[in-house]
Design a protein around this ligand. Structure first.
Ligand code: BT5
Length: 308
């Protein structure tokens, strides 16, 4: 949100406040204040003009302004009711030089998982992609996927759903381990430095269970509808803290992991690895104790197996 508009909104939230007083305080004209108030109304905020000034009466349920209002992380939000894929839009913006922008949509018509799998994205979800430009060699980017998984799990837990992480990128819920969220990280860069990273998160929020695959669940199914703007803020704020302190990601990931201590089968580009998942190591490799010794796995699809 533009800085003056954000300050107008904050003043209204503490209001009522008169237009002339607000213009004085912000060092802008009364006409400018009026324009910002109109823009906020258009973004879905309820602003009443009363004898004692403007007062904030309503905050939009979801959208760019709703998420940015009170967001304690340095992201601008690029919101769309519907997009083919927030990752695609984020890649476009990244190519144009964007940094710390979060593309957010209510619905995606061409949502993607890894390896171009389909990602069901009906209206009511949190479909977002964060564009970042970290000073990082490409080999370390997987830590961003882990950070996003931790942030998503933490945000989901805040609404009372006990979520856990399946390596590397799934957020699961319940004894039957239904998937409530997935992460798709993409990047571009040179050998020694990334140019940009796009971290895409798909979180099944206010969606009927019938609209997602059978292996999936939604927050609506678990706890009813949630405040998506607050959920998105919680997720972005936690992600921002973690990316600032990469050393903190692994311990936080281990604490929330469903995979560690489990028998797993991982389909890797180099073949199948079966054994007990014993740990993760920087920047995100899974260590599997197999009959032939320890294997370190950087990428793949992981399945939790029953104990033998
Ligand atoms: C993922 O892939 O889990 C990454 C999903 C990332 C989606 C976000 S939404 C915002 C951003 N924009 C995009 O276009 N994508 C990102 P993967 O691990 O490959 O899992 C894909 C599999 O999950 C599918 O093959 C289905 O089996 C299952 N699936 C599809 N839609 C789902 C949903 N809504 N919830 C849970 N599982 C789903």
């Amino acid at each position: 949100m533009q800085e003056t508009r954000r300050r107008v909104l904050e003043a209204l939230a503490d209001g009522p406040v008169g237009g002339p007083a607000l213009a004085d305080r912000l060092g802008v004209s009364r006409a400018a204040v009026w324009k910002h108030v109109e823009a906020l109304r258009e973004a879905g905020f309820g602003v009443e003009s009363r004898d004692d000034g403007y007062a904030l009466t309503d905050v939009p349920e979801f959208g760019g302004a709703a998420v940015e209002f009170g967001l304690e992380a340095p992201f601008d939000v690029d919101y769309h009711d519907s997009l083919p894929s927030t990752n695609d839009r984020a890649r476009e913006l990244a190519g144009e030089g964007a940094d710390d922008v979060v593309v957010l949509a209510d619905e995606q018509t061409g949502g993607r998982g890894r390896l171009d799998r389909e990602w069901a994205s009906p209206s009511g979800g949190v479909w977002l992609s964060a564009v970042c430009r970290p000073e990082l060699p490409p080999a370390r980017v997987p830590v961003y996927t882990l950070a996003a998984a931790v942030a998503t799990t933490a945000a989901v837990r805040e609404v009372g759903v006990d979520a856990r992480i399946k390596w590397p990128n799934d957020v699961l819920v319940g004894d039957n381990e239904r998937k409530v969220a997935g992460i798709l990280t993409e990047m571009e860069g040179e050998a020694d430095r990334v140019s940009w990273v796009v971290v895409g998160v798909g979180l099944n929020a206010n969606i009927d269970a019938g609209a997602v695959p059978e292996t999936a669940t939604t927050l609506r199914e678990r706890v009813g509808d949630v405040d998506r703007a607050a959920l998105t803020r919680a997720l972005l704020e936690r992600f921002d803290e973690l990316r600032a302190d990469p050393e903190s990601v692994l311990p936080a990931w281990r604490e929330r992991a469903a995979t560690l201590g489990r028998r797993v089968r991982v389909e890797t580009p180099g073949g199948e690895v079966v054994g007990e998942a014993v740990d993760v190591e920087f920047p995100g490799r899974l260590i599997v104790a197999t009959d032939d010794g320890r294997r370190r796995v950087s990428a793949g699809d992981c399945e939790h197996l029953r104990p033998v």
